[in-house]
Design a protein around this ligand. Structure first.
Ligand code: G6Q
Length: 547
């Protein structure tokens, strides 16, 4: 594992870390643990019900001190305060970044453009609760008077990944009499499979789109409306089977959804930070208002921890600094997120958007091209599945991959000894990654000499362990907020705007130009590069060839 001699900013805090890196880069976790019997007890932090053990990282006390100096030199405290008070810290879009207002207590005051936004947040929450209660109790019925049994969320990106992740994570808390499905992809297969076997009379579509103009979502919403009207034979049925979550009342109305059945949010909620806004309506329908309030309380508890805990004990700050350490000094390109919880199967996918869309940037806040590394690639799968797949590379490959291990002490399902088996693997993996297996150990174990080179594990592979008591709505809220603030802190240190997404916008524009070229009856006049032109022609030939 080599340092790619990555470029660093010239500021003294970065340069001090660079000097320190050269002193400690070859230290082994075996040495660090041998030299300090208390390490595993000391390099820990706790907040909002989450426990973080960061002792299995390639850091000394001095590393942490220097990283904290870097956070201080980056004005983290001031930037954090600016976010919480509603300053327009999304500078390229001139917007406040106030997902923290979505879970602020009722009496709080957070001002945007001279108005307190907290009362509006609670007004929407209360409307969502009233609606969720009606659907869950059966008081809200479909057009033919049947109660709702199926809820389909139509939305993509930030209007999809959070709701799907949260629904799966909290299935044990959900009303099992209701089926939940999610349509994101514009590939018609997503729609066809989602409505498979469903009775339209019992189906409610939640069209979730901040802008209500997103190509994929609007195509799926139109198809859903056509399907419903076709099944129920009446245009008027739309009123009882479609609700909208959006900031754009005009477009919602144009689509034909009564704005009385629209749940709003605001331009100061970024898509990927919106799962606890009205975008969480499907989550609330699944788990009920009370559990949803507990989810919000978990978010809020982590917000408070992030605001109040000193950096050395602050979970999001520590996790962000450790990412910076490997990303900018060791040249690590990725971070793996490995939840040991089947219910968190989609958590890595959710975090991919949260982190990569936020920090995949190469221009700083002053508009200058960045010469150092910013956001890493995020990936992962639940343990133990990953162990039988890609962990080989983490253990013995040539790449350095810091990992976040996430586990829970209490299972939901008390099936024989499944949970202890799961958690034994959880602990064993971080131990093996840190300490590996030496030649001497292999000799002692009597491994044949010819085999030994292949069975050596270098170890020294860094991991964070996040351990919580139980996966509850509260814990999930705290966990998501942990990563939200982790991403924010990284962005502050890299001096980037973590809240815009111009890369997403470009794709939207380019696709809209090609649609007519694919659909036109006549051979279109193509003006792309020679590769794109030839591919479009080939597609048209194949698409229209007789079967
Ligand atoms: C998230 C992004 C993006 C967005 C989708 C859906 O931060 O902005 O993923 O959520 O493009 O947008 P709409 O909610 O407007 O349909």
């Amino acid at each position: 594992m080599s340092n790619n001699e990555v470029m660093l900013p010239p500021a003294p805090a970065w340069q001090a870390l660079a000097r320190h890196y050269h002193q400690v880069k070859d230290m082994h976790l075996r040495q660090l643990f041998a030299a300090d019997a208390e390490r595993g007890e000391r390099m820990v932090a706790e907040g909002a019900g989450l426990f973080l053990d960061y002792s299995k990282h390639r850091v000394t006390g001095e590393t942490i001190d220097l990283l904290i100096k870097l956070a201080e030199a980056s004005n983290l405290s001031e930037r954090r305060a600016a976010m919480f008070r509603g300053d327009k810290i999304n500078v390229t879009e001139q917007r406040a970044v106030l997902h923290v207002a979505l879970r602020a207590p009722k009496g709080a005051q957070i001002m945007v453009d001279g108005a307190n936004v907290v009362p509006e947040v609670h007004e929407v929450l209360e409307r969502m609760e009233a609606f969720a209660n009606r659907v869950r109790s059966g008081a809200w019925t479909g057009h033919t008077g049947k109660r709702i049994r199926n809820v389909i969320n139509i939305g993509i990106g930030g209007s999809y990944l959070g709701p799907e992740m949260a629904y799966l994570a909290l299935r044990e808390y959900s009303d099992r009499a209701l089926n939940f499905r999610f349509i994101a992809n514009v590939d018609g297969a997503a729609f066809v499979e989602a409505v498979q076997g469903l009775d339209a009379q019992e189906t409610l579509f939640v069209v979730s789109s901040k802008t209500f103009t997103t190509l994929e979502t609007m195509a799926n919403a139109r198809t859903a409306r056509a399907w419903l009207v076709d099944q129920l034979g009446n245009e008027a049925a739309v009123a009882k089977h479609f609700v909208a979550v959006s900031t754009n009342a005009n477009e919602v109305q144009k689509f034909g959804i009564d704005t009385a059945n629209m749940f709003g949010f605001w331009d100061w909620v970024g898509g990927r930070y919106s799962m606890d806004s009205a975008i969480g309506l499907s989550t609330m329908l699944a788990i009920g208002p009370e559990n949803y309030r507990a989810l919000l309380a978990g978010f809020r508890a982590m917000d408070e921890h992030f605001l109040e805990a000193p950096f050395a004990h602050n979970l999001p700050v520590l996790m962000a600094l450790l990412t910076v350490w490997y990303n900018n000094f060791f040249g690590a390109e990725t971070v793996a997120v490995l939840p040991y919880a089947q219910y968190l199967a989609r958590f890595p996918a959710y975090l991919q958007q949260l982190q990569m869309e936020s920090n995949g940037k190469s221009t700083d806040l002053q508009g200058q091209r960045i010469t150092y590394q910013t956001g890493p690639v995020i990936w992962g799968e639940p343990g133990t599945d990953g162990q039988h797949s890609f962990y080989q590379l983490i253990h013995q490959g040539t790449k350095l991959i810091p990992c976040d291990f996430i586990g829970f002490a209490k299972p939901f399902n008390h099936l024989a000894n499944h949970h202890d088996l799961l958690m034994a693997n959880f602990f064993a993996q971080t131990e093996a990654l840190a300490f590996g297996k030496t030649l001497e150990e292999l000799e002692r174990e009597g491994v044949a000499p010819a085999q030994r080179p292949f069975r050596i594990f270098d170890g020294n592979r860094p991991t964070s362990t996040i351990l919580a008591e139980e996966l509850t709505p509260f814990t999930l809220g705290a966990l998501v907020a942990l990563y939200e603030h982790n991403v924010f802190t990284q962005g502050v240190i890299w001096d980037i705007d973590s809240f815009d997404q111009w890369g997403v916008e470009l794709g939207k524009v380019l696709a809209s130009r090609i649609i007519p070229e694919l659909e036109s009856d006549k051979e279109p006049d193509l003006h792309h590069d020679s590769s794109t032109n030839a591919l479009i022609r080939r597609y048209r030939r194949l698409r229209h060839a007789a079967r």
